[in-house]
Ligand binder design. Structure first.
Ligand code: C5P
Length: 220
């Protein structure tokens, strides 16, 4: 990719898991490492973009030249991403947002013995879909990329997700059997309305580089 391919552009990236409190000390989350989102942010910055990385809690250092906005819950992530989205030329939603959150988190620690009923039954409620919410209002000059991790029917589900979430591209991969979550390598399809491109197994950094290249080409 030519250096400076994204010069003057702003790129929003979401990454990592979200954590959703059950009480003051417990939460629901997932195994997302954030590696893909961080690699994308790094690649976009290397291509000259101003990059804002809205990140759930991960064990990764901020990539050089990237502005990191740390968040915990899906609702925090939506608020932070909403602040940046209008200024973004491209938005890449790589976060593994928790679909559900405890409906009534306790602000103290629930105690065994005293709060057994509350601990045994944690009612859940749906989180907002950050990608769908923001992409619903995207302008024609904005390019929006979502991810899809599927165990079955990867391409069919990617096309459905493209339409449902109003994205321009879905990066789709097969998960399960140790694939994707937390690993360093990935094999993905780049799915757009009229194209399906397979990127064979390569490092997440290489996937990120290719993806940023494709996004830069769409913006050009
Ligand atoms: O529907 P699903 O979770 O498979 O969609 C994955 C895509 O949607 C990813 O790009 C993810 O970052 C985004 N997403 C989101 N907010 C949610 C759920 C998913 O932004 N609540």
């Amino acid at each position: 990719m030519p250096a400076g391919a994204l010069a003057g552009r702003t790129v929003l990236v979401t990454a990592g898991p979200t954590v959703e409190p059950i009480d003051a000390v417990r939460y629901i989350s997932n195994y997302s490492s954030g590696k893909m989102g961080y690699a994308i942010a790094e690649a976009a910055a290397a291509a000259g973009a101003r990059v804002v990385l809205v990140s759930g809690p991960v064990a990764l250092a901020a990539p050089a030249g990237v502005e990191v906005v740390p968040v915990k819950t899906a609702r925090d992530m939506l608020a932070a991403a909403s602040d940046v989205f209008p200024a973004a030329d491209a938005a890449i939603f790589a976060a593994a947002v928790a679909d559900l959150r405890p409906a009534n988190p306790a602000d103290r620690k629930l105690k065994k013995g005293r709060d057994d009923a509350a601990l045994a039954n944690v009612p859940l409620t749906e989180n907002p879909d950050i990608l769908a919410t923001l992409a619903a209002g995207k302008r024609a000059d904005q390019y929006v990329v979502g991810f899809a991790a599927e165990t079955n029917d990867v391409l069919m589900n990617a096309h459905a997700k493209l339409v449902k979430k109003n994205a321009d591209m879905i990066v789709a991969n097969q998960v399960g059997d140790g694939l994707a979550f937390g690993t360093d390598d990935d094999e993905v399809w780049l799915v757009t309305a009229d194209d399906e491109v397979l990127l064979p197994l390569m490092s997440k950094r290489a996937v990120a580089g290719r993806l940023v290249e494709v996004v830069a080409a769409h913006l050009a």
